[in-house]
Design a protein around this ligand. Sequence first.
Ligand code: COA
Length: 176
Amino acid sequence: MSFMRERPINALTTEVMRRRHLRRVLQIEEQVYPRPWTHRTFISELAEMRNGSRYYMVAYVDDVMVGYAGLMFSGNDAHVTNIAVDPEWQGRGVATEMMLDLAILSHERGCEAMTLEVRHTNTAAQNLYRRFGFVPAGVRKRYYENTDDAIIMWAHGVDTEEFMERLRLIELRRPV
Ligand SMILES: CC(C)(COP(=O)(O)OP(=O)(O)OC[C@H]1O[C@@H](n2cnc3c(N)ncnc32)[C@H](O)[C@@H]1OP(=O)(O)O)[C@@H](O)C(=O)NCCC(=O)NCCS
């Protein structure tokens, strides 16, 4: 599935993640996480896409892959499993665009809620998620590397028109 929305960054496009993307995905993954996912993890997640329980996407600016993100569907929930942007491309709205795609997809799939875990010190990511209506709902102690706590965040009412209105406002407010 591809989304034909207007984008703030010239020539930002998104497409479904494929095996051929993984070399570049892993380059980014290894730059941004202390415990990066392995090639094997991505392969197994991509395999799950076939039964519809996952959705992974990549974002390009022209012919450079700048980020990727993914969802796991379980019951009426969509779980954001991973979202990452090349450090050189951060702060320019790439993650916002990917979250818009994931949120629209979750709405279209009839999900009632979206959820994710985020490192308690990761304020950049938490601010991004707040804009999409995620609120903190609990803590998983020592979730990361057996030291850092994870904040569990939820966005409810993903299946409502109010949620779509929030997404439209995010699209309107982004800098051009
Ligand atoms: C978290 C992460 C994905 C955010 O990616 P990003 O592309 O930098 O995010 P965005 O640019 O969309 O949004 C970040 C900020 O940039 C600002 N911004 C958005 N578009 C912008 C633009 N065109 N120009 C300047 N700033 C912009 C936004 O206001 C936003 O600030 P706010 O969320 O505090 O309001 C990225 O920092 C990352 O990959 N981190 C490492 C991996 C990680 O921690 N992932 C999350 C795991 S839970």
